[in-house]
Design a protein around this ligand. Structure first.
Ligand code: 5GP
Length: 162
């Protein structure tokens, strides 16, 4: 179908609170949150506050070039950052959505080189994902509109008369 799954800012707040509650209730006590930028930045920050975790590592990954169109493989946008913060630690990977799941699989494999335990939290998980997440707020097979990317960039010339 053509219909989108819409996430509002209010629902985003509730979703992060719920996910953090699920992590806490499961007994998992992450030392560090690995944030998959850019989509995971806002959820990771919000969940970090809710779990009282200040230690964050950002891995900036690119894969999608448009709605449903991707590069051949996910790749790091920036050179591999200093991973020392992850060594021997319990890691919670946070992202917006596991769609194909290939981005999270890619990040998981990077974390496996350092971390002692890894779990994954996402706002949404789609049925086809190759990586099953431990913590999922909602499941859908639709294209999701997130509040932070629902509008075009402010420099967009689309509606400009100039
Ligand atoms: P995956 O590797 O699981 O296919 O997707 C990686 C990234 O692509 C997600 O973290 C997200 O940023 C973007 N993406 C995948 N599916 C969707 C979607 O339905 N809506 C939006 N807005 N982004 C998506």
């Amino acid at each position: 179908t053509d219909e989108r799954e819409i996430l509002t800012w209010d629902e985003f707040g509730e979703a992060c609170r719920d996910l953090a509650g699920s992590v806490w209730d499961s007994g998992f006590r992450p030392d560090i949150i690995v944030c998959v930028a850019r989509g995971g930045l806002l959820p990771a920050g919000s969940i970090g506050y809710a779990l009282d975790i200040k230690s964050l590592l950002v891995l900036n990954v690119e894969f999608y070039t448009g709605i449903g169109t991707t590069l051949l493989d996910p790749r790091l946008v920036d050179p591999v950052p200093d991973n020392h913060g992850m060594a021997g630690k319990r890691v919670l990977i946070v992202d917006d959505v596991a769609d194909s799941g290939r981005t999270l699989k890619f990040v998981h494999e990077i974390c496996e080189q350092y971390a002692s335990e890894i779990r994954t939290a996402v706002l949404y998980e789609k049925p086809r994902t190759v990586l099953k997440c431990e913590y999922v707020w909602k499941r859908t097979d639709r294209w999701i509109a997130f509040p932070w990317s629902a509008l075009p960039p402010v420099n967009s010339q689309k509606n400009s008369e100039a």
